[in-house]
Write a new protein. Structure first.
Length: 370
C-alpha cells in the first residue's frame, strides 16, 4: 500500500462515543491493529496474519436456488437462529433487486434466494432494527424498497422516503429516524422521520441545511418535470456524490466520492464535520460500516482496492486488499452478528464486467475487534 500523508479537520465530533475534541489531532497513517498485510492468498486477497478468505458466491453461478446476481453492491448481515444471512444488492438496470445467502452455524452456505426483483440499479441501502433490508435505487427518481432478508414476505416500496438518486440508508434507533445519502454531484443529506417508528410507509422527509437546521422537503415524490428533492429547499447543504452511510452512538458517518471525504453528523451538536479529507491513498471512498467498539471500515471504489480501518485513536490503515482487480470496486462490507466474519464483494472482479459474470462475494474470518 501507499503511505497516507494527509490532515483532516476534526472538531467536536463523536466517533462511536469517543469525542474528537481537538482539531489539531489529525487522522494519521499508521499500522493496522491487525498488523501489516501479507502476500495475497489463493483468492487474491491480501490479509493480516491470522485471517483467511473464501469465495462464497460468483455472479452468474449457481448458489442455493439462484444464479448469483451481477454487480453485487450494498449488503448487510442478519441473525438467523444459530446461523446468519447476508443480503446483497444488484446494481444493474431493470432486473437489479437483491439476493440473500443463508449460512448455518458452521459457516456452510445452506440456501440462496431472491428477496427483490425487477428494480433498477440497486446500489446501497441499510438494515433496520426490525430486521428488514432497505434496498435503494440509484436512478433518477429512485425509490427505497423494504425487503425481507428471510424471504417470507414480499418487498414493499416506501415512497415517503423520497424519490431521488438514492445511495445508502442508516437507521438511528436512538432518535427514531433514518438517514439517507444521495449520489449526485450536488446531492443532499436527508433524514426520514417515520410517523410510527418501525413503519416506513408514512412520515416526513427532511434535508440538512447550511445553517445546521433540518427542513422538510415540500414534495418528497416529485413528478418527472417537477423540481427535484435536492433543489426544493434553497438553504440545503450539498455534498459531492454521497455514498455509504453508517450510524453508531449518536453519529451518522457517510462518504462522498467526489472529494473523497468521510463526513460525520453529530446528533447532539447538529453539525456535520469531515473526519477524512482525502489527499492520501484511501481513494474512492464508498461503502462504510463499523463495529460497536468504534472502528469504522471504509471500502474503496477503485483506488488500490482496499478496505481501510479508521480507529477511534485516529489511525487509518488497510485491513485487506484485492490484487489484480483494478477495474472493479469493493462493495457491501458487513459483519456477522458476532463480529467474527466480514462479507464484501468485488463488484466486477478480475474481468471488469459490471453486467456480466465478474462479481465475486467474499468472506473473511479472523480476530476482528468488536
Amino acid at each position: 500500500m501507499q503511505r497516507r500523508t494527509f490532515l483532516t479537520s476534526v472538531s467536536a465530533v463523536a466517533l462511536s462515543g469517543a469525542l474528537w475534541q481537538d482539531a489539531a489531532n489529525a487522522l494519521t497513517a499508521g499500522e493496522s491493529p491487525y498488523g501489516p498485510l501479507l502476500a495475497p492468498d489463493a483468492n487474491g486477497v491480501a490479509l493480516p496474519a491470522g485471517f483467511r478468505s473464501r469465495v462464497v458466491a460468483r455472479s452468474g453461478r449457481s448458489v442455493g436456488r439462484v444464479l448469483w446476481h451481477p454487480a453485487p453492491d450494498g449488503g448487510a448481515c442478519f441473525a438467523d437462529g444459530t446461523g446468519w444471512i447476508y443480503v446483497s444488492n444488484s446494481e444493474v438496470p431493470l432486473v437489479g433487486g437483491a439476493s440473500a445467502l443463508r449460512f448455518s452455524a458452521d459457516g456452510s452456505v445452506t440456501d440462496a434466494y431472491r428477496i427483490l426483483s425487477g428494480t433498477n440499479l440497486n446500489c446501497a441501502g441499510g438494515r433496520t432494527p426490525w430486521n428488514t433490508w432497505l434496498s435503494c435505487e440509484e436512478i433518477f427518481r429512485g425509490k427505497v424498497y423494504e425487503t425481507d432478508p428471510y424471504g417470507t414476505r414480499g418487498a414493499q416500496q416506501r415512497p415517503a422516503m423520497g424519490k431521488f438518486k438514492h445511495e445508502a440508508a442508516a437507521c438511528d434507533p436512538d432518535n427514531r429516524v433514518v438517514y439517507l445519502t444521495e449520489d449526485e454531484s450536488d446531492g443532499c443529506f436527508y433524514r426520514f422521520v417515520p410517523a410510527v417508528w418501525g413503519d416506513l410507509s408514512s412520515g416526513r422527509l427532511d434535508v440538512f441545511c447550511t445553517d445546521n437546521v433540518w427542513r422538510a422537503v415540500p414534495d418528497p415524490t416529485p413528478g418527472v418535470f417537477a423540481k427535484q428533492t435536492r433543489q426544493q429547499v434553497s438553504s440545503a447543504r450539498h455534498f459531492n456524490g454521497g455514498e455509504g452511510c453508517h450510524y453508531s452512538a449518536g453519529v451518522c458517518y457517510f462518504t462522498a466520492k467526489g472529494d473523497r471525504k468521510v463526513w460525520a453528523y453529530s446528533v447532539a451538536a447538529q453539525t456535520i464535520t469531515s473526519i477524512y479529507d482525502g489527499g492520501g491513498s484511501l481513494d474512492g471512498v464508498d461503502n462504510i460500516t463499523g463495529v460497536p467498539g468504534g472502528d469504522l471500515y471504509v471500502a474503496e471504489d477503485g483506488g488500490n482496492m482496499e478496505i481501510n480501518i479508521i480507529t477511534p485513536d485516529r489511525v487509518v490503515a488497510p485491513v485487506m486488499r484485492l490484487d489484480g482487480q483494478s477495474s472493479s470496486e469493493i462493495t457491501g462490507p458487513a459483519f456477522t452478528p458476532d463480529g467474527s466474519r466480514l462479507y464484501f464483494s468485488s463488484q466486477r472482479g478480475t474481468s471488469g464486467e459490471k453486467a456480466g459474470t465478474g462479481g465475486i462475494t467474499y468472506e473473511v474470518t479472523g480476530p476482528f475487534r468488536h
